[in-house]
Design a protein around this ligand. Sequence first.
Ligand SMILES: NC(=O)c1ccc[n+]([C@@H]2O[C@H](COP(=O)([O-])OP(=O)(O)OC[C@H]3O[C@@H](n4cnc5c(N)ncnc54)[C@H](OP(=O)(O)O)[C@@H]3O)[C@@H](O)[C@H]2O)c1
Length: 282
Amino acid sequence: MPEFLVTGASGMLGRSWTRLLETRGIDHLGAPRAELDITKVDALKRWIVRGTKWVINCAAWTDVDGAESHPEDANAVNGLAVARLADRCVEVGAKLVHYSTDYVFDGKKRLPYRTEQARAPINAYGRSKALGEELLEQAGVNHLLVRSSWLYAPWGKNFVLTMRELVQTRSQLRVVDDQRGRPSSCHHIAEATLGLLENHCFGTYHVCDGGECTWFDLASLVRDVVNPDCVIEACASEEFPRPAPRPAYSVLDLTATEQVLGPISDWKGRVTRMLEDLEGIG
Ligand SMILES: NC(=O)c1ccc[n+]([C@@H]2O[C@H](COP(=O)([O-])OP(=O)(O)OC[C@H]3O[C@@H](n4cnc5c(N)ncnc54)[C@H](OP(=O)(O)O)[C@@H]3O)[C@@H](O)[C@H]2O)c1
């Protein structure tokens, strides 16, 4: 039985995890949703068996706006399924890595959110992820809870790839400049999580790229690398009304993680490298 089981293996982070484990030659199984639906107890029993050391839960309901109209569905995957997953891990003696989000905080602060700060989500997705965190903490499973934010990867649906496409096809764009956060490379999240596991870390950690920015700053960097001729103007969130409110400031504090793994480098270098790889530059 492989030591690692990755759920949600065809999602953005799930793909980064399976790729990392392949690269490192670590025996693992990657289970996409079609094979392992984490809301189904039978499926959990079939996939999580004695001998599994680590379950890496990359499965999630990630449609932030859709969660407003389907809160029960979001809670089922991001909340209740996490409790079942944790129970199954306890039954077979596996440890659980689970991912959560900056959206468990309200975004009213102006200093990075520390790991132990009280949860206060302002949208249905955030509430579903906060429920998952609470149930995980109550389950009595050996776990590592990793919060992250603004994920990007060379695959999947993410802001960096969306901007890459838009700056290539439009001469002018408007992007919101009143939400601050930390972009997070999925490749780095998987690597840093493995680093935390190797250092026997349990409990809650934050993993993002270093530095902080607004969506406008991030879009501007994409433009600088991909098509400097595209003009990007800053605007306020009210210009793009969405069903789910977004926290204005959702910078996660990285101190605890950096104490274990050392300083985490800036988002600018990581995003630039990924884009240059995609563009075949350098
Ligand atoms: N994306 C972000 O910016 C962001 C920010 C902060 C935190 N996070 C957290 O990071 C983690 C990874 O997110 P991601 O961006 O990689 O998400 P993603 O690309 O949407 O991947 C999630 C995966 O979970 C699968 N899934 C959904 N419901 C499932 C179920 N019931 N059983 C099994 N699999 C199921 C999805 O399958 P389908 O595609 O078939 O539905 C998808 O493959 C999540 O915990 C998320 O909350 C993400």
